[in-house]
Design a protein. Sequence first.
Length: 214
Amino acid sequence: MKIKVCGLKHPENIKAVSALKPDYMGFICYGASPRYIDALPADALVALPPAIHKTGVFVNETAETINLLIDRYGFDTIQLHGDESAEFSSTFREKVTVIKAFGVDNDFDFSLLENYANNVDYFMFDTKTSGYGGSGKTFDWGILNKYTLDIPFFLSGGISLDNLNEVKNITHPRFYAVDLNSRFETEPGAKSIEKLEKAFDIIKKQTITDEIRS
């Protein structure tokens, strides 16, 4: 299982998190978020290990701005967390890996994803709220059994040390990664290294167990 740590914005904290070697690190490029990277220097991400996917997170942003920030920060992955169409999402695939996020609740219609199947690389399933992520709330993970497409997915929304062991009960073959954000913070945009170390230990032990079983 891959690990994504999202919502980072302070250079020293970014450096400390990168030392844990997550697979993805997410940077919020959305002005309404308390984790917005507005003041983050462009060179703050230069020293990140190449094995870590630097992920820019956008919400209903213009293609021009997305491309500008891809070039400024060296993002190799983008996460589209708003109402972006399949066609819009596909325009970036020659340049970066594309994750398309959806807010999920018990009434979510998974058939809505069919138009995106050939236009994105990954899906992300987050908790549906009035905003765009970072709510710290979970949804009923059992609903993931209704997902039948072949596109791998990230799981987001309220994942914490209190429920991380329950992730092992998700046996969907396309479950690719967990997204760790607000429940691992000391304040918005600053992650607790101690909490993340514990989370990484739990996830990696589970990944080893799964590999042995397979």
